[in-house]
Design a protein around this ligand. Structure first.
Ligand SMILES: NC(=O)c1ccc[n+]([C@@H]2O[C@H](COP(=O)([O-])OP(=O)(O)OC[C@H]3O[C@@H](n4cnc5c(N)ncnc54)[C@H](O)[C@@H]3O)[C@@H](O)[C@H]2O)c1
Length: 437
């Protein structure tokens, strides 16, 4: 891959968000407009704020990522999407109660102009929600075709050059990969026969990828992580990425666990619990949706600690994850981690983390980076699973012949080295040059 092959980010880039009226989507959209209008800085966004070292440290060459790689400009993003309630983005941002009124009102005119298209929704897949603004169709295939039409229409009406679709809608119930997901033929047949293992999120993913549009999954649903959609992505040269934005407790977990392993400290138990009162918390209060989230949150520790290689340290640790719906807190999640560890001679110690975070404030910059990087990947001719974007996800999608990387700093190195490589620069290995003499 070489820099000459990356197409320039000419024209406008459409950002179609599934769940346009949700807390994450409105916090992202309002934040984008506030940043664009100079009211705020894009804090938390790597693409906008982080630098990347090029060459040796002594060369002192640290360009900002957005100046190093040919990313779309914030002014060229056009936001749209789908939801199952018919509010405009201004009302939806107020309803989400993440940002204060002053911030929302500063960009009210632009927010009011962003309206959702009717969603494809089925209560069987998100039991704690009701949808009033939804598409009707004979079968799932027909519903998917309506989403394809929406994508074409949005592109034409807004005079867009390219698009990215991102799922920031509610977490669906847990679905295991099954026969219908194994290849494109069985998946298309399954859509026509209304197969129950094909959820609405899969229809959005199919609609996007079939139109040559990158698809990102910010929730833990299976969605695009199935052989049939990977086959479609490879066939249509489309990048895909997911699953589940890595924001609060899992972000902390993927920093602390590598530290324990790096110092060969043992773990006997890790208990993570939190209280959360937004709509996401309500959806996750239902066992089917919680199971999807739980699987995503539980997977990280084993993968980082490798108990099979370090049985003395990690063989029997107890890992528990709880999410408690507690309305008074809204989007202001409070998470507690109690970590029981042991050191020299097996002597026990404890670590306690109390993270008072704002879920959507942590997720919004991730949306921005993923959209810009997925678009870059497509212009660079990168197709299929984008493992270099694992940095942003709790359960990174990976090909069957690799294992997921969860350590945040290895993920960051992988991301930056991928950027260096596609821009024809040397990857940074951190090897002391003297060692080679
Ligand atoms: N905020 C975070 O830190 C974070 C981290 C990881 C993952 N997530 C995931 O991101 C998603 C969004 O989170 P949120 O806090 O914005 O939730 P939210 O409940 O505020 O928003 C979800 C939106 O999706 C809409 N929706 C549901 N099903 C839909 C469908 N089939 N089609 C179109 N719209 C649909 C809902 O009406 C709602 O407006 C959730 O799945 C959540 O688990 C969030």
């Amino acid at each position: 891959m070489s820099v000459q092959k990356i197409q320039k980010p000419e024209g406008k880039l459409g950002v179609l968000i599934v769940g346009l009226n949700g807390a994450v989507a409105t916090t992202f959209t309002a934040g984008l407009l506030l940043t664009r209008n100079g009211f705020s800085k894009p804090i938390g966004s790597l693409t906008q704020m982080a630098t990347i070292r090029i060459g040796k440290r002594i060369e002192n060459n640290f360009p900002v990522i957005k100046e190093f790689a040919p990313l779309a400009e914030l002014n060229d993003l056009v936001v749209g999407g789908w939801d199952i309630s018919n509010y405009d983005c201004f009302d939806a941002a107020k309803e989400a109660k993440v940002l204060n009124d002053k911030d929302i009102e500063s960009v009210s005119k632009e927010l009011e102009r962003i309206l959702p298209m009717k969603g494809v929704f089925d209560k069987n897949y998100v039991k704690n929600l009701d949808g009033s603004y939804i598409k009707k169709g004979e079968n799932k295939y027909e519903l998917m075709e309506k989403l394809q039409d929406d994508i074409k229409k949005f592109k034409k009406e807004n005079n867009l050059n390219r698009l990215v679709v991102i799922w920031a809608a509610s977490t669906e119930i847990y679905i295991k990969e099954g026969g219908v997901h194994q290849n494109l033929d069985s998946f298309i047949k399954g859509m026509k026969e209304n197969h129950e293992d094909i959820s609405p999120s899969m229809l959005y993913a199919y609609a996007a990828i079939s139109q040559g549009v990158p698809f990102i999954n910010g929730a833990p649903n299976l969605t695009v992580d199935i052989p049939a959609l990977l086959e479609l992505a490879e066939k249509n040269s489309v990048p895909i990425a997911g699953k589940d934005f890595k924001t609060g407790q899992t972000l902390i977990k993927t920093v602390l666990a590598p530290m324990l392993k790096a110092r060969m400290l043992g773990l006997s138990g890790w208990f993570s619990t939190n209280i959360l009162g937004n709509k996401d918390g309500l959806v996750l209060d239902e066992p089917g949706s919680f199971k999807t989230k739980e699987e995503s949150k539980l997977s990280v520790l084993d993968s980082i600690l490798q108990p099979e290689l370090y049985p003395d340290l990690y063989e029997n640790y107890y890992h528990k994850v709880r999410i408690n719906y507690y309305p008074p807190r809204g989007d202001n999640k409070e998470g507690w981690d109690n970590i029981d560890i042991f050191g020299w001679l097996g002597y026990p110690m404890q670590l306690k983390v109390n993270f008072l975070c704002k879920d959507s404030i942590l997720a919004a910059p991730i949306v921005l980076d993923l959209v810009l990087f997925a678009d870059l990947a497509q212009r660079a001719g990168m197709k299929g699973i984008q493992e270099w974007l694992s940095f942003y996800f709790k359960s990174p999608i990976h090909s069957p012949n690799t294992v997921p990387e969860h350590d945040l700093f290895i993920q960051l190195m992988k991301l930056k080295n991928t950027l260096r490589t596609i821009m024809n620069e040397e990857p940074v290995t951190h090897i002391d040059p003297d060692i080679m003499d």
